[in-house]
Ligand binder design. Structure first.
Ligand code: GRF
Length: 200
Protein backbone atom coordinates (compact mmCIF):
# COMPACT_ATOMS: atom_id res chain seq x y z
CA UNK A 1 0.00 0.00 0.00
CA UNK A 2 1.37 3.41 -0.92
CA UNK A 3 1.68 5.78 1.99
CA UNK A 4 0.24 9.25 1.45
CA UNK A 5 1.04 12.45 3.30
CA UNK A 6 -1.66 15.12 3.07
CA UNK A 7 -0.94 18.83 3.44
CA UNK A 8 -3.86 20.99 4.57
CA UNK A 9 -4.58 24.53 5.75
CA UNK A 10 -8.33 24.76 6.19
CA UNK A 11 -11.62 22.93 5.83
CA UNK A 12 -10.25 19.54 4.81
CA UNK A 13 -13.10 18.22 2.68
CA UNK A 14 -10.75 16.84 -0.01
CA UNK A 15 -8.62 15.22 2.69
CA UNK A 16 -11.76 13.65 4.14
CA UNK A 17 -12.83 12.34 0.72
CA UNK A 18 -9.39 10.72 0.35
CA UNK A 19 -9.60 9.19 3.84
CA UNK A 20 -13.05 7.80 3.02
CA UNK A 21 -11.79 6.37 -0.27
CA UNK A 22 -8.93 4.65 1.63
CA UNK A 23 -11.41 3.26 4.17
CA UNK A 24 -13.78 1.97 1.49
CA UNK A 25 -10.92 0.38 -0.45
CA UNK A 26 -11.63 2.32 -3.65
CA UNK A 27 -8.26 3.98 -3.10
CA UNK A 28 -5.62 1.41 -2.27
CA UNK A 29 -3.44 3.62 -0.12
CA UNK A 30 -2.92 4.58 3.49
CA UNK A 31 -2.63 8.10 4.89
CA UNK A 32 0.44 8.18 7.15
CA UNK A 33 0.53 11.85 8.08
CA UNK A 34 -1.58 14.99 7.85
CA UNK A 35 0.52 18.10 8.09
CA UNK A 36 -0.82 21.63 8.44
CA UNK A 37 0.59 25.12 8.61
CA UNK A 38 -2.52 26.13 10.56
CA UNK A 39 -2.78 24.62 14.05
CA UNK A 40 -6.47 25.53 14.38
CA UNK A 41 -7.82 24.26 11.08
CA UNK A 42 -10.87 21.96 10.93
CA UNK A 43 -8.89 19.53 8.74
CA UNK A 44 -6.65 18.57 11.69
CA UNK A 45 -9.67 17.75 13.85
CA UNK A 46 -11.09 15.54 11.10
CA UNK A 47 -7.73 13.78 10.66
CA UNK A 48 -7.52 13.08 14.40
CA UNK A 49 -11.00 11.49 14.29
CA UNK A 50 -9.62 9.11 11.69
CA UNK A 51 -6.66 8.37 14.01
CA UNK A 52 -4.16 9.76 11.54
CA UNK A 53 -0.91 11.24 12.85
CA UNK A 54 -1.04 15.04 12.57
CA UNK A 55 1.62 17.71 12.73
CA UNK A 56 1.60 21.49 12.76
CA UNK A 57 4.58 23.09 11.02
CA UNK A 58 4.62 26.78 10.20
CA UNK A 59 6.59 29.98 10.64
CA UNK A 60 5.30 29.88 14.24
CA UNK A 61 7.08 26.59 14.95
CA UNK A 62 10.03 27.36 12.62
CA UNK A 63 10.54 31.10 11.93
CA UNK A 64 13.37 30.38 9.50
CA UNK A 65 12.10 29.20 6.08
CA UNK A 66 14.93 26.75 5.42
CA UNK A 67 14.53 25.14 8.84
CA UNK A 68 10.80 24.87 8.21
CA UNK A 69 11.47 23.22 4.84
CA UNK A 70 13.89 20.78 6.50
CA UNK A 71 11.35 19.97 9.24
CA UNK A 72 8.70 19.24 6.59
CA UNK A 73 11.08 17.05 4.61
CA UNK A 74 12.10 15.17 7.79
CA UNK A 75 8.50 14.64 8.93
CA UNK A 76 7.45 13.25 5.54
CA UNK A 77 10.53 11.00 5.40
CA UNK A 78 10.16 9.74 8.98
CA UNK A 79 6.58 8.71 8.22
CA UNK A 80 7.82 7.00 5.03
CA UNK A 81 5.50 9.08 2.88
CA UNK A 82 5.67 8.14 -0.80
CA UNK A 83 3.19 10.59 -2.35
CA UNK A 84 2.45 14.08 -1.00
CA UNK A 85 -1.10 15.32 -1.57
CA UNK A 86 -1.80 19.03 -1.25
CA UNK A 87 -5.44 19.45 -0.31
CA UNK A 88 -6.11 23.12 0.25
CA UNK A 89 -2.56 23.82 1.46
CA UNK A 90 -2.00 27.55 1.23
CA UNK A 91 1.81 27.72 1.39
CA UNK A 92 4.56 27.14 -1.12
CA UNK A 93 6.63 24.01 -0.56
CA UNK A 94 10.32 24.61 0.17
CA UNK A 95 13.04 23.64 -2.32
CA UNK A 96 14.45 20.80 -0.25
CA UNK A 97 11.07 19.08 0.14
CA UNK A 98 10.28 19.74 -3.53
CA UNK A 99 13.46 18.11 -4.72
CA UNK A 100 13.24 15.15 -2.32
CA UNK A 101 9.69 14.43 -3.49
CA UNK A 102 10.13 15.45 -7.13
CA UNK A 103 7.29 14.13 -9.26
CA UNK A 104 5.52 12.88 -6.13
CA UNK A 105 3.78 16.05 -4.90
CA UNK A 106 0.35 16.75 -6.35
CA UNK A 107 -2.17 19.56 -5.96
CA UNK A 108 -5.81 20.09 -6.82
CA UNK A 109 -7.12 23.40 -8.15
CA UNK A 110 -10.76 24.41 -8.75
CA UNK A 111 -10.38 25.69 -12.34
CA UNK A 112 -9.18 24.49 -15.71
CA UNK A 113 -5.51 25.42 -15.37
CA UNK A 114 -3.66 27.27 -16.79
CA UNK A 115 -6.75 29.47 -16.65
CA UNK A 116 -7.58 31.12 -13.32
CA UNK A 117 -4.53 29.94 -11.40
CA UNK A 118 -1.56 31.59 -9.76
CA UNK A 119 -0.93 33.69 -6.70
CA UNK A 120 -4.11 34.96 -5.05
CA UNK A 121 -6.35 32.61 -7.06
CA UNK A 122 -7.98 30.49 -4.39
CA UNK A 123 -11.41 29.85 -2.91
CA UNK A 124 -14.29 31.95 -4.21
CA UNK A 125 -11.92 34.29 -6.02
CA UNK A 126 -11.40 31.60 -8.65
CA UNK A 127 -15.11 31.12 -9.30
CA UNK A 128 -15.83 34.86 -9.24
CA UNK A 129 -13.13 35.39 -11.86
CA UNK A 130 -14.52 32.57 -14.03
CA UNK A 131 -18.00 34.12 -13.98
CA UNK A 132 -16.72 37.67 -14.51
CA UNK A 133 -14.81 36.45 -17.59
CA UNK A 134 -18.03 35.03 -19.07
CA UNK A 135 -16.60 31.51 -19.30
CA UNK A 136 -18.94 28.80 -20.55
CA UNK A 137 -17.11 26.06 -18.71
CA UNK A 138 -14.89 25.50 -15.72
CA UNK A 139 -13.64 22.46 -13.87
CA UNK A 140 -11.00 20.81 -11.74
CA UNK A 141 -7.29 20.32 -12.38
CA UNK A 142 -4.90 17.96 -10.64
CA UNK A 143 -1.25 18.69 -11.33
CA UNK A 144 2.29 17.95 -10.24
CA UNK A 145 3.75 20.61 -7.97
CA UNK A 146 6.85 22.18 -9.43
CA UNK A 147 7.43 25.24 -7.32
CA UNK A 148 5.29 28.19 -8.26
CA UNK A 149 1.58 28.43 -7.44
CA UNK A 150 -0.54 26.16 -9.64
CA UNK A 151 2.42 25.31 -11.91
CA UNK A 152 3.39 21.84 -13.03
CA UNK A 153 2.39 19.02 -15.35
CA UNK A 154 -1.37 18.53 -15.56
CA UNK A 155 -2.29 14.98 -14.55
CA UNK A 156 -6.09 15.13 -14.75
CA UNK A 157 -8.83 17.59 -15.62
CA UNK A 158 -12.60 17.36 -15.53
CA UNK A 159 -14.84 19.99 -17.11
CA UNK A 160 -18.33 21.17 -16.32
CA UNK A 161 -20.58 23.56 -18.22
CA UNK A 162 -21.74 26.75 -16.52
CA UNK A 163 -25.47 27.43 -16.51
CA UNK A 164 -26.81 30.85 -17.49
CA UNK A 165 -27.75 31.50 -13.86
CA UNK A 166 -24.44 30.30 -12.39
CA UNK A 167 -23.15 32.13 -9.33
CA UNK A 168 -19.76 31.74 -7.71
CA UNK A 169 -21.30 29.76 -4.89
CA UNK A 170 -23.32 27.40 -7.12
CA UNK A 171 -20.17 26.86 -9.17
CA UNK A 172 -18.09 26.26 -6.02
CA UNK A 173 -20.55 23.56 -4.90
CA UNK A 174 -20.49 21.77 -8.25
CA UNK A 175 -16.72 21.90 -8.50
CA UNK A 176 -16.11 20.68 -4.96
CA UNK A 177 -18.24 17.58 -5.62
CA UNK A 178 -16.09 16.78 -8.65
CA UNK A 179 -12.89 17.36 -6.66
CA UNK A 180 -13.94 14.81 -4.05
CA UNK A 181 -14.29 12.09 -6.70
CA UNK A 182 -11.49 13.06 -9.08
CA UNK A 183 -8.73 13.37 -6.46
CA UNK A 184 -8.98 9.82 -5.15
CA UNK A 185 -9.46 8.44 -8.69
CA UNK A 186 -6.36 10.24 -9.93
CA UNK A 187 -4.22 9.15 -6.96
CA UNK A 188 -5.23 5.55 -7.67
CA UNK A 189 -4.26 5.99 -11.35
CA UNK A 190 -0.87 7.38 -10.31
CA UNK A 191 -0.36 4.39 -8.00
CA UNK A 192 -1.35 2.03 -10.81
CA UNK A 193 1.13 3.69 -13.18
CA UNK A 194 -1.64 4.82 -15.51
CA UNK A 195 -0.50 8.44 -15.55
CA UNK A 196 2.91 9.24 -16.95
CA UNK A 197 4.72 11.93 -15.03
CA UNK A 198 7.47 14.13 -16.40
CA UNK A 199 10.21 13.86 -13.85
CA UNK A 200 12.83 16.23 -15.23
C1 GRF B 1 -10.28 23.10 -2.88
O1 GRF B 1 -11.21 23.81 -3.65
C2 GRF B 1 -9.02 22.87 -3.67
O2 GRF B 1 -9.23 22.80 -5.04
C3 GRF B 1 -8.19 24.08 -3.35
O3 GRF B 1 -8.50 24.39 -2.02
C4 GRF B 1 -9.79 23.90 -1.69
C5 GRF B 1 -9.63 23.07 -0.47
O4 GRF B 1 -10.87 22.68 0.09
N1 GRF B 1 -6.80 23.84 -3.59
P1 GRF B 1 -10.89 21.62 1.25
O5 GRF B 1 -10.01 22.15 2.39
O6 GRF B 1 -10.37 20.33 0.70
O7 GRF B 1 -12.32 21.51 1.67
Amino acid sequence: MKKLGILVSGRGSNMQAILEACDSGSLKAKVGLVLSNNADCPALIIAQKYNIATLHLSSKTHPDQQTLDLAMHNALSEHQIEIVIMAGFMKKIGLQTLSAFKGRIINIHPSLLPKFGGKGMYGHRVHEAVIAAGEKESGVTIHLVEGDYDQGQILAQRKIALSDLETSSSLADKILKIEHVLYAETIQKIIDGQITRTLD
